[in-house]
Design a protein around this ligand. Sequence first.
Ligand SMILES: [Zn+2]
Length: 85
Amino acid sequence: MSDEQDYGPELTGDPCFDAVNVLFHYLDGELTEARRTTISTHIEVCGSCLSTYSFHTELRTVVRTRSITKVPDALRNRIANELGL
Ligand SMILES: [Zn+2]
């Protein structure tokens, strides 16, 4: 056992379910090294989880970029359109 603090829900043993279940904790960097490795190893071999993670990673980048910079209205509208907002 490790004293390293762990966040997020318990892993259930179903790799696809777990990967999605801890997605936001993973993106926030709140998982232990061991758990990150478990998830990232799965993503590398699972196309459907990879596309879910890629989508949310991109989405976060867009949201973060929008919140810290002045985005021109035209660009903001285009991003909103592409995201289906
Ligand atoms: Zn999967």
